[in-house]
Design a binder for this molecule. Structure first.
Ligand code: ATP
Length: 225
C-alpha cells in the first residue's frame, strides 16, 4: 500500500468572553469576521457568570443573556454559545478558565478573544501577565479605543503579532509559542452600556445595533426597563 503524507490543518477554536448584557451587533460582527480571518473551525461566545472586574452593576440573569446569545447566533452554524462559565454558578477569573478551554479541545489551538477596551484594562485582570502568556489571544479593534502596548510587560510585547492593515495575512500554526494577535478585521461601534441606557429611556432607535430576534426578546421579557 502506498503511504501518503497530508498536511492537516490544526483545528482552531476561539472563545469570546464577556457579559453580553445584551449581545449586540458589535459582538456578532467580531465573531463573523474572526471566523473568516483566522480560518476558525468554531467560535464560542462565553458569557460570564458575573464579570469579576465589573462589581458595580449586577448583570442581567445568565439565563436571559444565554437565551439572547442563542437567538443572535441561530443562523450561524460555526458560532456557538458555551455554558461553561454560567454552569459554575460563581464569578470566575479568566486565569481559572483558560486551562479548561484548552482541555475541552485536545489537539486544537484555542484563542481567547477580547476587544480593545478589555486589552486597555488588562492589568486589572487577576494574574494578567499569565493570562496573556498562557494562551493564544486575539485583540480586536473597537472604535474609540486605540490599541497600545506600553501598559504590558516586555515578555508580553514580544508575543504580539500585529495583523492590522494586513488583510491577506496568513496565520501559521505555531504550536510551540503563544501569541497575541492584533486585528482590525472587525470595526463596529456599539456598546452594551449605551444600549441599556437607551432601552431604559424607552428610546428604541438604537435597536439597529441588536438583531431583531434579540430586540423582540428584550421587549417580551421587559428587560432593561
Ligand atoms: P459595556 O459597554 O457594558 O462595557 P460591551 O459592549 O463592551 O459592554 P461586553 O460584554 O462587556 O460588552 O464585551 C465583551 C467583549 O466584547 C469585550 O472583550 C469587549 O471588549 C468586546 N466588545 C464589545 N463591543 C465591541 C465592539 N463594538 N467591537 C469590538 N469588541 C467589542
Amino acid at each position: 500500500m502506498r503511504s501518503s503524507f497530508r498536511m492537516v490543518k490544526m483545528e482552531r477554536i476561539a472563545y469570546f468572553g464577556g457579559t453580553f448584557d445584551p449581545v449586540h451587533n458589535g459582538h456578532l460582527n467580531v465573531a463573523r469576521a474572526l471566523l473568516k480571518k483566522f480560518a476558525l473551525d468554531r467560535l464560542y461566545f462565553l458569557p460570564a457568570y458575573h464579570a469579576p472586574h465589573k462589581p458595580d452593576r449586577p448583570p442581567t440573569s445568565g439565563y436571559h443573556r444565554f437565551a439572547m446569545l442563542c437567538l443572535a447566533t441561530e443562523g450561524f452554524p460555526d458560532i456557538y454559545v458555551s455554558t461553561l462559565e454560567l454552569e459554575k454558578g460563581r464569578s470566575r477569573y479568566t486565569i481559572e478558565t483558560l486551562p479548561e478551554l484548552a482541555a475541552a479541545h485536545p489537539g486544537a489551538r484555542t484563542f481567547f478573544v477580547m476587544g480593545a477596551d478589555s486589552w486597555a484594562d488588562i492589568r486589572t485582570w487577576r494574574d494578567w501577565e499569565n493570562v496573556l502568556l498562557s494562551s493564544d489571544h486575539i485583540v480586536v479593534t473597537r472604535p474609540g479605543y486605540p490599541i497600545g502596548s506600553d501598559h504590558v510587560t516586555q515578555a508580553v510585547r514580544e508575543r504580539i503579532i500585529d495583523l492590522r492593515g494586513r488583510p491577506n495575512a496568513e496565520l501559521d500554526d505555531d504550536i510551540v509559542n503563544k501569541h497575541i494577535y492584533l486585528t482590525d478585521a472587525a470595526v463596529y461601534d456599539a456598546s452594551a452600556t449605551e444600549l441599556r441606557d437607551d432601552l431604559s429611556d424607552g428610546r428604541l432607535d438604537r435597536t439597529d445595533d441588536i438583531p431583531p430576534s434579540v430586540a423582540n426578546y428584550i421587549e417580551k421579557y421587559e428587560l432593561y426597563r
